[in-house]
Ligand binder design. Structure first.
Ligand SMILES: Nc1ncnc2c1ncn2[C@@H]1O[C@H](COP(=O)(O)OP(=O)(O)OP(=O)(O)O)[C@@H](O)[C@H]1O
Ligand SMILES: [Mg+2]
Length: 471
C-alpha cells in the first residue's frame, strides 16, 4: 500500500434510495476519501467486515437489517468505526436510541450538503486524533490498570478499592490530592477499567491553556467563529464521545467557563463556539485538582453548583507523608524500573537511608521520590543507596529536626524573638507542605483556620510565597 493511499480515509454510504445515494456519492467524490456504497443493511455489514472503514453514513430504513442493526454491528466488531445515521422526520425517537447505542451523530432528512460534509469531516478529524493517540499508547508502556498504582498503606488500598467500585459506572469522579500524588494515574485506572476503555481517554489540562482558547478546545468551534478559525473543529468533548474526558487542574478554570461546563454536564450536549446547534455527547467526566475546592468555593472562586455536580464520587489521594509505609515499596519499584530502563544495577536502599526518606515530608510527593530515585540510579549505577547519596535538602531537614531548639549560650537570647522566629519557620513549612492551602496548613499545626490567617497577617507572611526561607 503506497503512502498516499494509506493516508486516505474510508467512508461507507449505506442508502437504498438512488437519488440520495447519488447526491452523497458526488459530494464525497474527493481525493482524500475512498467511498464504498451499500444499498441494503446486509451489504453494509459485509463491507464493514471486509474493509477498513472509518465512517459509516447509513440510512435508518433499509431493506434487510436497518441502520440501527448496522450501527450495533459496527459498535460490536469495529469500535473505531464511527457511525452517522440519517433519519426521516418521523423517527426522532430512533435517533435518540441511536445516540444511546453509540452513534457519533444523527442527521435528519432533508439535510443540507454543508451539514453532512461538516459532520463527516468532524468524524474524520476525530479518527485521526484517535489513531495518533493509539500509536502513542502502544509506545508508553503500562498506561492503564491498577497494577501501576503501587502502595501497601490503608489509604492507598482504599483508593484502589474505590477505583474498582466506580470504574464500571458512569458517575463523575473528582480526584483531589497534592501535586505528584498520582491523580493522573488514578484517572487512567478508572478509565481503563471501565466499559469505555475501548474508546478514548481525552486529557485536558485546564491550567495549561489560556482561558480564551480553552472554551474552543473543550467545545470546538465553527468556521469563522473568531479570527483564525479557518475551519470547523471538534472540541475535546466531542473527541471523547463514548469515552472519558479528564479535566485536569479543574480548580484553575475561569468562572465564565465554569458556567458553560456546568451546562454541558447538565444537558449532555456541547455547543461549539460560534455555533447555535447543540451536539449531543455521551462523555464520562473525571476531574482532578490539587486545590481544596471546598475552600475555593468558600472564597467565591469556584461555583458551588459545579462543585457538587463534579464531586459525585470524590477520591482523595493522601500526601505521601501521610502514608510512609508506601515509601519502601515505591522506592523499590522505582529502583527496579530505572535499573531496567537505564541499564543499571542498583541493589536497594540501606536501612538508615530508607528511614531518612520516611522522615522527610515530600512536598512533591511520589513524583519527587520517583525523580530522586531515577537520579541516584543513573548517577550511582550499582551498589546500595546510602544516606550519603541523598540530597542535601533531605539531610538538612534531618538536622532541622534535631536542632529545632537553639542552644542557649553565655550571651543569652531574647526568648520572645526566638519563639516568634520558631513560629514563623513552622508557619512557612506548613504552608509549603500544604501548597499554600490555608485549611490544610492550619490542620498541620493544630490551629483553627482563622487563627492561622491572623498569625500570617501579623507576621506578614504571604501564603503564596513559592518556597519557605530555610531556617
Ligand atoms: N502509587 C503510585 N505508584 C506508582 N507510581 C506513582 C504512584 N503515584 C504517583 N506515581 C508516579 O508519580 C508521578 C506523578 O504522578 P501523577 O502525574 O499521576 O500525579 P498528579 O497527582 O497528577 O500530579 P500533578 O498534580 O502535579 O499533576 C508519575 O510518574 C506517576 O507514575
Ligand atoms: Mg496531574
Amino acid at each position: 500500500m503506497g503512502k498516499l493511499y494509506s493516508m486516505k480515509k474510508a467512508l461507507l454510504i449505506a442508502e437504498d434510495e438512488e437519488t440520495t445515494l447519488s447526491l452523497l456519492r458526488d459530494v464525497f467524490d474527493r481525493p482524500d476519501l475512498v467511498v464504498h456504497e451499500a444499498r441494503t443493511g446486509g451489504e453494509a455489514i459485509r463491507i464493514i467486515d471486509q474493509n477498513p472503514v472509518d465512517v459509516v453514513l447509513t440510512d435508518l430504513k433499509m431493506p434487510g437489517p436497518d441502520g440501527l442493526a448496522v450501527l450495533a454491528h459496527a459498535r460490536k466488531t469495529h469500535p473505531d468505526t464511527e457511525v452517522i445515521l440519517m433519519t426521516g422526520h418521523a423517527t426522532v425517537e430512533s435517533a435518540v436510541n441511536a445516540m444511546k447505542m453509540g452513534a457519533f451523530h444523527y442527521i435528519t432528512k432533508p439535510f443540507s450538503v454543508d451539514e453532512v460534509v461538516q459532520l463527516v469531516d468532524r468524524v474524520l478529524e476525530l479518527t485521526s486524533v484517535r489513531k495518533e493517540n493509539t500509536n502513542l499508547r502502544t509506545l508508553v508502556r503500562g498506561q492503564g490498570g491498577l497494577e501501576n498504582i503501587i502502595g501497601v498503606s490503608d489509604p492507598i488500598k482504599e483508593v484502589l478499592s474505590l477505583v474498582r467500585k466506580v470504574a464500571d459506572t458512569n458517575s463523575t469522579v473528582l480526584i483531589t490530592g497534592e501535586s505528584g500524588t498520582g491523580k493522573e494515574l488514578v484517572a487512567r485506572a478508572v478509565h481503563y477499567l471501565s466499559p469505555r476503555s475501548y474508546r478514548m481517554l481525552v486529557p485536558i489540562n485546564c491550567s495549561a491553556i489560556p482561558a480564551e482558547l480553552l472554551e474552543s478546545e473543550l467545545f470546538g468551534h465553527v468556521k469563522g467563529a473568531f479570527t483564525g478559525a479557518h475551519i470547523t473543529r471538534a472540541g475535546k468533548f466531542e473527541t471523547a464521545h463514548n469515552g472519558t474526558i479528564f479535566l485536569d487542574e479543574i480548580g484553575e478554570m475561569s468562572p465564565h467557563l465554569q458556567v458553560k461546563l456546568l451546562r454541558v454536564l447538565q444537558e449532555k450536549s456541547v455547543t461549539p463556539v460560534g455555533g447555535n446547534k447543540p451536539i449531543p455527547v455521551d462523555v464520562r467526566v473525571i476531574a482532578a485538582t490539587n486545590k481544596d475546592l471546598e475552600e475555593e468555593v468558600a472564597e467565591g472562586r469556584f461555583r458551588p453548583d459545579l462543585y457538587f455536580r463534579l464531586n459525585v464520587i470524590p477520591i482523595r489521594i493522601p500526601p505521601l507523608r501521610e502514608r510512609k509505609e508506601d515509601i519502601p515499596v515505591l522506592a523499590a519499584h522505582f529502583i527496579e524500573r530505572y535499573d531496567r530502563e537505564k541499564g543499571r544495577y542498583l541493589e536497594g536502599i540501606r536501612k538508615d537511608a530508607l528511614e531518612m526518606l520516611q522522615r522527610y515530608p515530600w512536598p512533591g510527593n511520589v513524583r519527587e521520590l520517583e525523580n530522586l530515585v531515577e537520579r541516584i540510579v543513573v548517577l550511582k549505577g550499582h551498589g546500595w543507596i546510602e544516606t550519603a547519596d541523598l540530597p542535601e535538602k533531605i539531610r538538612r531537614s534531618e538536622k532541622f529536626l534535631k536542632t529545632a531548639v537553639p542552644v542557649l549560650g553565655e550571651s543569652g537570647l531574647d526568648i520572645r524573638a526566638a519563639t516568634s522566629e520558631f513560629e514563623t519557620a513552622l508557619l512557612r513549612q506548613a504552608l509549603h507542605i500544604a501548597n499554600g492551602n490555608k485549611n490544610r496548613a492550619a490542620t498541620l499545626l493544630g490551629l483553627k483556620r482563622t487563627t492561622l490567617v491572623e498569625m500570617l497577617k501579623r507576621k506578614q507572611i504571604d501564603e503564596r510565597e513559592p518556597h519557605p526561607r530555610s531556617s
